[in-house]
Each structure stands twice: as structure tokens, then as C-alpha cells.
Write a protein that binds this ligand. Structure first.
Ligand code: TYM
Length: 328
């Protein structure tokens, strides 16, 4: 069996960029050799201020979305990070085996903290908690988007260093990135990634978005002045982003799209892309609406946490043994 682990923050809108990475969650569940753990990483969300009521709602919303996109709780373990104490316990043990120099190099921390007036220590040590999430399950594969590459490299470094120092303890994980769509860009500025924190509401499209908003966002998406439709991230990032979205949600290769839209302007491409996205997310929205209020969700999360606890508490025991803690 191969262990798969990934997590998504319950920070409100889950957008098409997130979904691009989450598509791999579903693909990996279909291989019966994989034992998949998908986590709602609520402890990561509180590294920036959260309204408690909103965090609560967003966490259950994400649980419903996990299932709505096709994750089957009978095949995978779905759970809340805050329900499994091994994550924070292991994070502490790993913090004492990693270095400020490593955290100072994290580009996501640098970008995020630069825009803030006060920065929590939790935001600074965020990547160590992420390493703990992954290492607590003897994880082989971590499906994520491109923006998590540096965090995953740090996780591997920490695991290798610990293994060298204390003897073989951790499985060293590998990232799995989408072949197309590993980095979906903002619709208003295709040189920056699509992000929940972009204040321009038309820069991103949520998985639960209305048809009208999808249409507006795509139709006003930034393109360039000529009208040639081809993938060229350097000179035509806007069109390249639209082609990528079309490929991910229309299940068609970029080559085929370039062929299909040869000699046509951006208008047709955008109009068709609107329909492709609307059609793709329609059944997700329907399933989400059925699930959202149901008591079943909390049951699923409770059972998931029990299974997650069983696996991860054993790993933490192993780590504490190696480090010399007295355990009974
Ligand atoms: P988060 O919640 O920001 O994003 C969830 C997933 O979406 C991917 N993603 C994107 N993929 C393509 N294009 C984009 N524009 C885009 N924006 C986001 C992310 O790469 C991610 O896969 N630190 C993580 C959460 C986390 C985690 C973990 C992930 C905590 N512990 C352990 C894996 C394993 C994060 O903030 O993801």
C-alpha cells in the first residue's frame, strides 16, 4: 500500500486553482493500492486572523466540497487537522530539529508577511506544521499544486536530516503535481497565481460560483493585444492561462485546443470556456447543496479523525522513542 496525504485550508473560497490540484486527490483514490488521507487543515488557517463563526462554517463547507468533487469517505480518510493531536505534537518535535535559516528562505512566508503589519509566529512556523502533517502518516505521495513545492522540499530535508541523526524514522515523501494546471494564474493578472487572498473578485472563480459571475470573470480576463491562440507563457500569459483552464475543465489537450481555435479571436475561446466551466462545476454544486446541512458530514469527519489518530499516534510514539523521551 502507498500512503497519500494532502490538505486544503478552510479559508473560504475554494477556487479553480485549488481544484486543479484536488483533481489528483480523486484520481489517486481510484487506485486501490493507495491509502489516502485528505485533511481540512484548520490549524494552518489560524496562522492569520479568523472569525470563529466563519472558520467553523468554512471547515464544514470544505468537508462537503471534498465529497462533492468525488472523494468517497468509504475509500479515503477525511478529517479535520485540529481533531488529531499528533499534528501539533510532531510539529513541536520537528521545530526542535529544524532551523530559522530554513524558514527564512520560504517564499510564501516572505510574500505573505511583507503585506502584514503584525505577523504571528504560527505563520512563520507554518511549513513545519505542514511537514508534521505529511510525516505523521508515513506518506509516500503528496498531491499539491506548484506553489507547495518549496514546502515539500523542506519536508523532505527535515525527514532526511532526522533519519540521519536518529536512525531511520520517517518515510521521505514525493510530490505529485498536475501535468496541466499545476499553477492556475489570476484572471486579472496572469503573472500572479490565482489566490484566495486577491481582493479583486474577478481574479478568481470559486467552485460554488454563480454562472453569471463565471461569465463575467472569464469575459473580462486579461489577454494580450494580438489575437493568436497558442500556449506561450512568456509572451501570452493570459491566453496560456485560459487554454490551461480549458484543458483542465474541458478534458482536452492544449494542442487540440490550439488546432480548434486556429484563426479565431479570443471571444469564441472565452465564450466556450465559460460554458465548459459552468457545465463542469454544475454537478459539484448540486452535490454540495445536498450535503452541506447534513449530519452525516460530522460523522464522516469523526470516523476519519479516529483512523487518522490511530496511524499518526504510532508515528509520534516512534519519533519520541528515537529522541529519548520516556514513554509508558
Ligand atoms: P491551500 O489551501 O492554499 O491550497 C490547496 C491546494 O491548492 C493548490 N493551489 C493551486 N494549484 C494550482 N494553481 C493555483 N493557483 C493554486 N492555488 C492553490 C495548492 O498547491 C494546494 O495543493 N499549505 C497548503 C495546505 C497544507 C498541505 C499540508 C498540503 C497544509 N498541510 C500537507 C499538502 C500536505 C496550502 O496552503 O494549500
Amino acid at each position: 500500500m502507498k500512503r497519500v496525504f494532502s490538505g486544503v485550508q478552510p479559508s473560504g473560497m475554494i477556487h479553480l486553482g485549488n481544484y486543479s490540484a484536488m483533481q489528483n486527490f480523486v484520481k489517486l483514490q481510484e487506485d486501490s493500492n493507495n491509502d489516502c488521507f485528505y485533511c481540512i487543515v484548520d490549524l494552518h488557517s489560524v496562522t492569520v486572523p479568523q472569525d470563529p463563526k466563519v472558520l467553523y462554517e468554512n471547515s464544514l463547507e470544505l468537508a462537503a466540497l471534498y465529497i462533492a468533487i468525488g472523494l468517497d469517505p468509504k475509500k479515503v480518510t477525511l478529517f479535520l487537522q485540529s481533531q488529531v493531536p499528533a499534528h501539533t505534537e510532531l510539529a513541536w518535535l520537528l521545530q526542535c530539529n529544524s532551523y530559522m535559516g530554513e524558514l527564512n528562505r520560504m517564499t510564501q512566508f516572505k510574500d505573505k508577511s511583507q503585506k502584514m503589519t503584525s505577523v504571528t509566529t504560527g505563520l512563520y512556523t507554518y511549513p513545519i506544521l505542514m511537514a508534521a502533517d505529511i510525516l505523521a502518516y508515513d506518506t509516500n505521495y503528496v498531491p499539491v499544486g506548484d506553489d507547495q513545492k518549496q514546502h515539500l522540499e523542506l519536508t523532505r530535508d527535515i525527514a532526511l536530516r532526522f533519519n540521519n541523526k536518529f536512525g531511520n524514522t520517517f518515510t521521505v515523501p514525493e510530490g505529485i503535481y498536475p501535468k496541466v494546471g499545476a499553477r492556475i494564474m489570476s484572471l486579472d493578472d496572469p503573472t500572479t497565481k490565482m489566490s484566495k487572498s486577491n481582493p479583486n473578485e474577478f481574479s478568481k472563480i470559486g467552485l460554488l460560483e454563480t454562472d453569471a459571475k463565471i461569465k463575467k470573470s472569464i469575459m473580462r480576463a486579461t489577454t494580450d493585444s494580438d489575437s493568436e491562440i497558442r500556449l506561450d507563457w512568456e509572451n501570452k500569459p493570459g491566453v496560456s492561462n485560459l487554454l490551461t483552464l480549458y484543458s483542465v475543465f474541458g478534458n482536452i489537450s492544449i494542442k487540440e485546443l490550439e488546432e480548434k481555435y486556429k484563426g479565431q479571436g479570443y471571444g469564441n475561446l472565452k465564450k466556450d470556456l465559460v460554458q465548459v466551466i459552468i457545465n463542469y462545476i454544475k454537478p459539484i454544486k448540486e452535490r454540495y447543496n445536498e450535503l452541506r446541512g447534513s449530519d452525516e458530514l460530522k460523522e464522516i469527519l469523526k470516523e476519519g479523525a479516529m483512523r487518522a489518530n490511530e496511524i499518526s499516534s504510532d508515528v509520534v510514539k516512534r519519533v519520541k522513542d528515537k529522541m529519548g523521551f520516556v514513554q509508558f
